[in-house]
Design a protein around this ligand. Sequence first.
Ligand code: NDP
Ligand code: MG
Length: 376
Amino acid sequence: MKKIVLLGATGSIGQSTIEVVKRHPDKFRIVLASAHSRIDELLLYGDEISIDHFVITGENGANESEKTNNIHHGEDTLLSMLEEIDYDIMLNAVVGSAGLKYTVAGLKTGHSIALANKESLVMAGDIITELAGKNNCRIIPVDSEHSAIMQCLEGARDKSQVRKIILTASGGPFSNLKIEAFKNITLKDALQHPTWAMGDKITIDSATMANKGLEIIEAHHLFDVAYDEIEVLIHPQSVIHSMVEYMDGSIISQLSYPDMKLPIQYALSYPDRLDASAQNTDLAKIHQLTFYKPNFEKFPLLGLAYEVGKRGGIMSTIFNAANEAAVTLFLHDKIHFTDIPKIVEKELTVSNITSPNLDTIIEKDKEIKEKIYTNY
Ligand code: NDP
Ligand code: MG
């Protein structure tokens, strides 16, 4: 029985994780579940499965009836509980930079992390991977592409035999739209993802392809591959979740219908595989799988992600913070879709800070976001 801490339980990944746990009550138990604001949704899970502790990290206080022994409040409370309670693995499905401190807290206390919060690795990949190594913890990706890559690397005897990693991307809703039409994209258009149902932030990131940019940096840190050895390929069916090309030219891939329950379950059951509720992938019905190269002119955040990754230091923290702030502004109808990459690019014209520590990273994230919110 694995004891799980589930952070961001009310989100898209959180809800799918609850489904996975419900399917395997003999394998998984949630000892702590957190949400930021949706307290009612969080507590409802308690009717479906047994959860020892609930934590709400947002400002809105509990009403008196909610103040029972197992409902807790505040980020600091959560951080100290992470030091005290007994658990085996943390599934971090918090959205955005807010997830970083929890990834660090889990690793510091020697826990492996099933990581959906890719922003943790983008902001502080060097620090996190070093911490994981030092404390003998695993970072197991929940992101479908990285879960696929991990599976494709399972048989690799020697990493030097890997020629490149091929990250697939659905291309989002605008891959066939002419660049001239991008200025007319509305919030409603951008929230329509063709193949995946996800939280708002990552849905917009998929529409701008910032998500694939974040995933390039995530892959660099998770698998210790150079940026020039990570290629992005548009694959609109989202059936091949990513691939690894070996030095002899063989390409290994992992396939399934798009369903996040699969990589979530694999991250929790690793190194075992368990029966899944996912629909069997019927290749004859899918009929064809197509691929083409991404358009860097239409999706400038993709090229910028390679650039900040290669520059290293604080640059990917700035990229992530500016993107997060710009997406928030877009979700509140304050800027146009085409402003998102412009805002990010503008923030990157600064000198770098090499080897920033965690405090510098958190401070820079805050500074960039405050600056952008003040300017718009
Ligand atoms: P959602 O927006 O659906 O959910 C986010 C969760 O985080 C909610 O439980 C929310 O609580 C909580 N949360 C929000 N802000 C804070 C905060 N400041 N502190 C603590 N908790 C907070 O996001 P997704 O589930 O879509 O994504 C979660 C993470 O997983 C992201 O990093 C995303 O990139 C990654 N991911 C998601 C995929 C997907 O299919 N959705 C696929 C691959 C990766 P509340 O609901 O109470 O506000
Ligand atoms: Mg992904």
